[in-house]
Design a protein around this ligand. Sequence first.
Ligand code: NOJ
Length: 545
Amino acid sequence: MTAPCHHKITIYQIYPRSFYDSNNDGIGDLKGILQKLDYLHELGFETLWISPFFSSPQADFGYDISNYTDIAPEYGKMEDALQLIEEIHKRGMKIVFDMVMNHTSDQHAWFKESRSSRDNPKADWYLWRDPLPSLLRRGAGGEVPNNWKSMTGGSGWHYAEERDQYYWSSFLPMKPDLNYRNPEVKKAMLNIVRFWLGKGVDGFRLDIFNVIYKDAEFRDNPFAFQLAPTETNPSGFFQEAKYTLNQSESFTFAKELRAVCDEFGEKMLLGEISGDRETTRKFLGEETNDGLTHAFDFDMLTFKFTAEYFGDLIKKIEANYPDPFMPIYVFGNHDRRRSINRIGEDQQKAKLIHTLQMTVRGVPCIYYGEEIGMTNLKQSFAAALDPIPHKFKFIPPIFFDMIGLTINRDEVRTPMQWDGTRNAGFSFAEKTWLPVHENYREINVAAESEDENSLLNTICALAKIRQTEKSLQEGTLEILEGLPSGVLGYARKLGNEKIVILLNFEEKEKQFEFENAECILKLSPKDQTKNKAIYLGGFGGMILK
Ligand code: NOJ
């Protein structure tokens, strides 16, 4: 059986604010994306996931939506969004919107109405609770309803005088959670999904999808000996997120959402889900892939650059996502440290991780600028536009550096570096919304296009190979044993077709006997095949056919 089309895709994430500014106000926009579609098409990624550009007060840069069926003026107009869908389709590409279903902005008309009184028509559209008497739980208007902590630390309950009640917010106070146990809420949100599917959108990336349902009885979460949440364990702040995440109703909702999408043909549902792999898998379905089509694997965002780490990772992922499931390999996004900063900003090493990402059994998803090796831009917490660092400004940033966490997400959202001209060719504005990284004169699309050994040209070559080699899109994966230490090898097979990938994760050159095959891509100029001998340069690698 051939794999569904959505399992063969390659995803490129665009953070619209930082991609390309067409009207020189210092902020990227939809017309800017339109102007860069040919670049993306040539790069060879066909599915574009665009972070939210709907109406929003931008308190969390679009992840706080105040109108789901309208466009924020700084990004453009409805006609631009429709043109974008059309132009993407003309090029044989696909477009995925970012759907934030768990919460709205506190400026959304639904919330304004809901908060205005206890008996308005939307009174029950959000999670409202009375203050609870307790000596230990003092909140602004009395006592918070239970011990739940938000995902960003501290109580997620916020007091509203109008109702003398607290509302629940999983993330930040200005983003109240909707009440999905109210059928009207679910209906309204599924109608928004239908609205965009009707306009031709090919699917959605689903923001914190595993948070949508909370415990119906609002039971206290148990204690856990864990300070910070990790990629695979979302508990934290000394609390197990037992009643706030991954509730069984959320698994069911994944299937309901899939059924709505199926009314429109083959659509993608890419889940942002925190939890161990088994939990993540439950969102995709038990035996058949009848829930979300995919879930991001976040474990690898904190990768270690060794052959053992990646060999183990692939084995675990293969065990958890057997056919008909397909994992997503993701090394960076708008919330996390840029992947190249984990490997000393070394472009040669970056070639290895992206070769792995583009050739394993899974959907590759890259974040804008990753293809040229854009790096984090260190910025102070005090001056941050991102609301998160302001919550943690009493902790010295060095603490987060030591544990490898990027708290100030401005650092990974700087303008795309197109060329060596002013503002890296992103905008002609006096001032861009975030500063451009000072390394833009060396690290930019124009310069790297000219260099045939650049990271950009390697990623482009990988994307082209993936487009033509069916075994890479839907073949099986087998890890090769008996290779020198530090070298990871695997074979992808489909019928009689076979592709072998060899990656040297060490600086030391490697030489070994291997079957005769044609080399179709080398990562280092020192990589060579001669008869049956393979030579891999330090951090070299090759694809054999
Ligand atoms: C995850 C998004 O990726 C992040 O940017 C946002 O702040 C939170 N969800 C809350 O919506």
